[in-house]
Design a protein around this ligand. Structure first.
Ligand SMILES: [Zn+2]
Length: 174
């Protein structure tokens, strides 16, 4: 008996916004409910309705322990505060399917933070419109007004000295 390895994809909101072709891509496609709740445009919602009702995409909730693992990793990388609930659920669902099915799981996302955390978790990712990140990196936060550097994101997302909104850039390695 020869069985093809299962190809599993977990879709984030950008896949629905840009009409990821789940109908023609060979493999199984999943998404968490939080992604569908995040869709705002009529076009994305119509697309979601179509692929869900035709069963080309299945909705599956990620288990809590996977969500916790993903949150922990995102925090280490300095991405926790910029990831939405839906982003975290996408990653947690992918992690869960990878472990449970011992299959190769690809996260379909255009979000650099999602891609970054996915890579750090040993998950594959596939961007839709961006070129995708090349390596896992950590963020460094800095104040654009007074120049203060923060190793960790501030809970308020603002500079504690002058109150400006912080910006970030990848922290250099080595
Ligand atoms: Zn400042």
């Amino acid at each position: 008996m020869s069985s093809k390895p299962r190809r599993i994809f977990v879709l984030d909101a950008s896949a629905f916004m840009y009409g990821y072709p789940s109908v023609v891509v060979e493999g199984e496609h999943f998404t968490p409910l939080a992604v569908l709740e995040e869709l705002k445009s009529l076009q994305a919602r119509a697309y979601a309705d179509a692929v869900l009702s035709s069963k080309h995409v299945e909705v599956l909730p990620p288990p809590r322990e996977c969500l916790e693992e993903v949150s922990k990793k995102a925090e280490q990388l300095g991405s926790l505060q910029v990831l939405s609930r839906a982003d975290l659920e996408v990653l947690a669902l992918a992690l869960y399917l990878k472990k449970k099915e011992s299959a190769e799981v690809t996260v379909v996302s255009d979000d650099y933070d999602v891609q970054n955390v996915a890579a750090a978790l040993g998950l594959r990712f596939q961007p839709l419109r961006t070129s995708g990140i090349k390596a896992v990196f950590k963020w460094i936060y800095y104040c654009p007004s007074c120049g203060k550097i923060y190793r960790q994101p501030q809970p308020s997302l603002r500079c504690e000295i002058c109150g400006s909104f912080l910006k970030r850039r990848p922290r250099k390695r080595g």
